[in-house]
Design a protein around this ligand. Structure first.
Ligand code: UGA
Length: 436
């Protein structure tokens, strides 16, 4: 199959690289000439484990290429994937579809055969209909079909998620388009037994939002249970295990923490709420989730202040982990931003360490001293706070930390460390949803 991938952001680049690795011929297109130039030099615009190697080997094999010329990429393509951004529109939370529609127009002008046009970007229900209208207006004779094929990959585990998905969702009622999509994903069904779920296009668009909203609800639910655990002397990690062993609930996404962040859950829950409101079907559970999660991030700052005795004026706090989760440099809606702001507002000085996020973080944070190791950050601080669970924080030398901290306090917002281990090392430990 010959595939054009429009947009080399997270989803586009990972999907393009993985499709080429399946053996398809893929051209990735982006307007940003600098990005394409860097990709030609095998410099990835994002930090994603394994991506540079995957791109390099497929470029070498002649199956993957990059261009700024959309018409060149779309020429003779069996499928054209739209994987451009759909950020929250300023002011109202709706998904901004201007990039999607602009891409659809350009594609319509460039079509040379009845290609399948696939929206891979996360797009609200009905977007496929609009893309179809654009194609019908500009290229009425093209015979192009519009399909929805949302992506469920997680940052930091994107390649694994793409190649070993729980399912692939394809939304179209057109049998020819289904055939093309079947051929594109055949390597997955052959090797991984990944089910391809064929549904209507609107249903497919909604599945993506419903999945992200459900996961956001699940996390927020366990976060509230964690707060209750603290009040009643229960342990949230054991509650998670206990409820997760019920197959109907499932054990994943039940890790209590400082609240969800990232480029997807916050944006997609807002967009889903807008769609729901516009259709007079408000989603109260999702609304509550968004409110509770927003409040939680700052509340985690207050939790740190309380652990430090209630007054942090003139004190120094060392933060470990800034990105919204490990294995990414993504700082969008990261809980660390609200935690640090709350600490600074209360008069604390903040030092921070993150393995990959400092470049992005330094654009969003002011008056934070970035350190080159967890120990440099902790040296002389009045408290150490783990905000993101990078692997390298799982094996800290706690004894050394206890010695170099001015006050031997560890606030573990990701529940990495058992209390006895911290105690043995001489640290006071405050976790989430469990006793100290
Ligand atoms: C999420 C979904 O998991 C993907 O399936 C989806 O494709 C993606 O959004 C998207 O729409 O593009 P991602 O945002 O990369 O992926 O990250 P997650 O691993 O889902 O984590 C999201 C947030 O939830 C992080 O802040 C994480 O720390 C938090 N989280 C996750 C918890 O606090 N507890 C958990 O148990 C799990």
């Amino acid at each position: 199959m010959r595939i054009a991938m429009i947009g080399t952001g997270y989803v586009g680049l990972v999907s393009g690289a993985c499709f080429s690795d399946f053996g398809h011929e893929v051209v990735c297109v982006d307007k940003d000439a600098r990005k394409i130039e860097l990709l030609h030099q095998n410099v990835m615009p994002i930090y994603e484990p394994g991506l540079a190697e995957l791109v390099a080997s497929n470029v070498k094999a002649g199956r993957l290429s990059f261009t700024t010329d959309l018409a060149e990429g779309v020429k003779d393509a069996d499928a054209v994937f739209i994987a451009v951004g759909t950020p929250s529109r300023r002011g109202d939370g709706h998904a901004d579809l201007s990039y999607v529609f602009a891409a659809a127009e350009e594609i319509a002008h460039a079509l040379t055969k009845p290609s399948v046009i696939v929206t891979k970007s996360t797009v609200p229900v009905g977007t496929g209909d609009e893309v179809e209208r654009i194609l019908a207006k500009i290229a009425p004779q093209s015979g192009a079909k519009v399909v929805s094929n949302p992506e469920f990959l997680r940052e930091g585990a994107a390649i694994e998620d793409f190649k070993r998905p729980d399912r692939v969702v394809v939304g179209t009622d057109d049998e020819d388009a289904r055939e093309v999509m079947r051929a594109i994903y055949r390597p997955l069904s052959l090797n991984q037994n990944a089910p391809v779920l064929f549904v209507g296009r609107r249903t497919s668009e909604l599945i993506k939002y419903a999945a992200n909203a459900f996961l956001a609800v699940k996390i927020t639910f366990i976060n509230e249970i964690a707060d209750l655990c603290e009040q009643v002397g229960a342990n949230v990690q054991e509650v998670s295990r206990g409820i997760g062993m019920d197959n109907r609930i499932g054990s994943k996404f039940l890790h209590a923490g400082p609240g969800y962040g990232g480029s997807c859950f916050p944006k997609d829950t807002l967009a889903l709420m807008k769609t729901a409101d516009d259709n007079d079907t408000p989603l109260r559970i999702v609304e509550a989730t968004v409110q509770v999660n927003d409040a939680r991030k700052r509340a985690m700052g207050r939790k740190v202040i309380k652990a430090m005795g209630g007054d942090v004026r003139g004190k120094t706090v060392a933060i470990l982990g800034l990105t919204f989760k490990p294995n990414t440099d993504d700082m969008r809606d990261a809980p660390s931003l609200a935690v640090i702001q709350a600490l600074q507002d209360a008069g604390a000085t903040v030092k921070a360490y993150d393995p990959e996020g400092v470049e992005q973080a330094s654009k969003m944070l002011t008056n934070v001293e970035f350190s080159e190791s967890p120990y440099v950050a902790a040296d002389g601080a009045d408290g150490l706070v783990i905000v993101t669970e990078w692997d390298e924080f799982r094996a800290l030398d706690l004894g050394r930390m206890a010695k170099i901290l001015k006050t031997p306090l560890l606030v573990d917002l990701r529940n990495i460390y058992p209390s006895d281990e911290a105690k043995r090392a001489g640290l006071t430990l405050v976790g989430v949803g469990r006793g100290t």
